[in-house]
Structure formats: structure tokens, C-alpha cells
Design a protein around this ligand. Structure first.
Ligand SMILES: O=C(O)CCC(=O)C(=O)O
Ligand SMILES: [Fe+2]
Length: 343
């Protein structure tokens, strides 16, 4: 929240903010003399000393908690090597593996995907650096204006306690890839998104072929390139059983490619009705591909480690028409969805 009212006395302002939000307020005056409401303190000391527990604002009701002991220890996520036997990544065996994984669960980890490792690593470092900035500096990007190309997203307990998408004090930043207006935040985002775009087009081509369609059929339907990215930061949480980093959701797009901190797990997806943890494979530099609207997923927190993830979303352009592909419809396979325009 940012308020421009330089004439208001601080104490008066604190009172005003307190009455609007019903929460004790911490605020900071930024370099434009605007008052920026700060994030809530993370943890509550139990009896004034360690061990710490999550602040009551972040503790979910029992039926919304992650039940970590019930997360499957046996189920695994398919891993697909994109560098197949013919060395071109387009062989029929790769088409088969991808269509099988898409049909069975809608997500898989990919290795040897061709996205330069150094570029991915530099993205993850830049995100960590951004979220480690003093809260008052990054708070300047907080806005609820959906048209802004760069938006800092915060745990939304204040407005919708216990029901928000970010129950714990997770932070996210949503960037339109075309908006290079904040190069200092994620300097390589355009280059990274371009590489991921190439990979996404390859995947769409393989999926199209698996469905017996022309190579570029699905991509033509969606539009040119991925346009949106979201970086997430999950601070360590004293008791991950009590809350969630990101509540259960599906992504509003066709494909998501997600990279997570090396060696720190947190992402979980539903497979055959059970929650399964998506291991972050440290050495292989894997990334996860998900079919956006189909896959229910969530992020849990970690007790001692912070975790960062970076999602690139590829969805239909505003003027695309989405619906079942005509070539796949016949009397035996009637359309399951209606045709509609995106905007
Ligand atoms: O942090 C994660 O692993 C999940 C992120 C996610 O689902 C999203 O950004 O939509
Ligand atoms: Fe997601």
C-alpha cells in the first residue's frame, strides 16, 4: 500500500492505516515521500524466546493444512531426456514419451533441455537478491493494479485471511516479459524467457505430433511467445505443517515451465489423486513442464531453508480463439469444451 500524504503527521497516519487494515502497521517513507506499508513480521517468538512459531495470521484451519505425512513417498514424476537418440530431440520415441507423460499426468521433469545452465543460475541468483533487498525497497513495487507490468505480490492474509493464494508470507513478483522497464530486478529475464520460449515451442511441437497434428498446430493457436513470468520466494517457516507457501491452484495458461532452487523441494502436484513432491534434481538442472489449467499443484514451506522458484507461462494471446482442435473432433470424439475468444 502506498499513500502520498506528506502533510499528515506520522502518528495520525499510523492510526489511519491501523483502522483501515485492523493490523498493527509498520511503515516507511520512500524516496518520493510516499508512505509504504511494510510486510508483517514473520514469526512470533513463543513466550518471547525461541523456538519460533508462525504468526497466527498464517496458521491455516486444520482442514486446509498440507498433511505432509500423507504426501506419497513412492509415486514419482516422469523424467524426460530431451536429447534423444537421433540427437535432434525430435525423434518418434521422444514424441511417444512426451505424449504418454502428457496423457498420464500432464507434467514431467525435463533434462538436457538446452537452456544454458549459467543463464538459469543467474536468474535464480537475481531473484534471491531481489527478495533479499530491504523490504522497504521492494515494497515500492507492491500494487494491486493488474495493468502494471511488474507487480510485487504478497501473502494476502490482510484481505482474505486464511483463504488467500499465499497463506504464508510468500512473496512473488509477476512480470510481463515484454516490459523491460525494471531491468535492475531480473536483468536476464528477456534472454531467459527467449530460451524457455524456444523450449516451449519444441514441446508444443512434440505434443502436436503426438496428437497426430501438424508440428506447429498448437503453437499457432496460442500465439507467438510466452509473455508472463512469476518468481516466488518462500522464507523458512518454523512449522511447515501449519501453513502453505502457495495454496492449491492450477495455472491459467497452456504450459508452465518452472525452475526451483537446487536441492530444496516444495512443489507438490496431484498425481492419481495423491500429493506427490517434485524433487529438485540438483545435478541435472531439471525443469518442470506442466500443462497449465489441468494440473493441481501447491507449494509447501521448508523449516530451515528459503526456496525460490521461477515460472514462465505460455498462454493464448488475447485475440486467440480457444477450443477443441477441429481435426481431433468426429462423431466418436465430440467436443468436450466450447469454443471461445480469450478476451
Ligand atoms: O513455487 C513453486 O514451486 C510453485 C509456483 C507456482 O505454482 C506458480 O508460480 O504458479
Ligand atoms: Fe502455479
Amino acid at each position: 500500500m502506498e499513500i502520498s500524504c506528506p502533510k499528515l503527521a506520522m502518528s495520525e497516519l499510523a492510526l489511519k492505516l491501523h483502522s483501515t487494515t485492523c493490523q498493527p502497521c509498520i511503515f516507511h517513507v520512500n524516496r518520493n515521500h510516499h508512505i509504504v506499508l511494510m510486510e508483517q513480521t514473520l514469526f512470533q517468538p513463543a513466550n518471547g524466546k525461541v523456538p519460533l512459531s508462525p504468526s497466527p495470521d498464517f496458521i491455516l484451519p486444520k482442514d486446509k493444512r498440507p498433511l505432509l505425512s500423507q504426501v506419497s513417498k513412492l509415486a514419482t514424476i516422469p523424467i524426460i531426456n530431451m536429447e534423444d537418440e537421433d540427437g535432434h530431440g525430435l525423434s518418434s520415441s521422444l514424441v511417444k514419451k512426451i505424449s504418454q507423460a502428457s496423457e498420464e499426468c500432464g507434467f514431467f521433469q525435463i533434462i538436457n533441455h538446452g537452456v544454458p545452465k549459467e543463464l538459469s543460475e543467474s536468474m535464480m541468483s537475481a531473484i534471491t537478491e531481489f527478495f533479499n533487498l530491504p523490504p522497504e525497497e521492494r515494497a515500492e513495487l507492491f500494487t494491486e493494479d493488474m495493468t502494471k507490468p511488474v507487480r510485487l505480490l504478497k501473502a494476502n492474509w490482510r484481505k482474505r485471511p486464511l483463504r488467500g493464494v499465499r497463506p504464508f508470507l510468500t512473496l512473488g513478483i509477476l512480470l510481463m516479459i515484454s516490459a523491460i522497464c525494471y531491468p535492475e530486478i531480473l536483468p536476464n529475464i528477456a534472454e531467459y524467457a527467449k530460451e524457455i520460449g524456444v523450449l516451449m515451442k519444441r514441446l508444443l511441437s512434440l505434443i502436436s505430433q503426438g496428437l497426430g497434428l501438424d508440428k506447429d498446430c498448437i503453437q499457432k493457436r496460442l500465439g507467438e511467445s510466452p509473455r508472463l513470468s512469476q518468481a516466488n520466494y518462500y522464507p523458512p517457516c518454523p512449522d511447515p505443517e501449519l501453513t502453505l507457501g502457495l495454496a492449491v491452484h492450477t495455472d491459467l495458461n497452456a504450459l508452465t515451465i518452472l525452475r526451483q532452487s537446487r536441492g530444496v523441494t516444495g512443489l507438490q502436484v496431484v498425481k492419481d489423486g495423491q500429493w506427490v513432491s517434485v524433487d529438485s534434481i540438483p545435478i541435472l538442472s531439471s525443469i518442470l513442464m506442466m500443462e497449465g489449467t489441468r494440473v493441481h499443484h501447491r507449494a509447501v514451506t521448508n523449516k530451515d531453508l528459503h526456496r525460490v522458484s521461477l515460472a514462465i507461462f505460455y498462454g493464448p494471446n488475447k485475440d486467440s480463439i480457444i477450443g477443441p482442435i477441429e481435426d481431433l473432433i468426429d462423431e466418436e470424439h465430440p467436443p468436450a469444451y466450447r469454443i471461445c475468444r480469450v478476451s
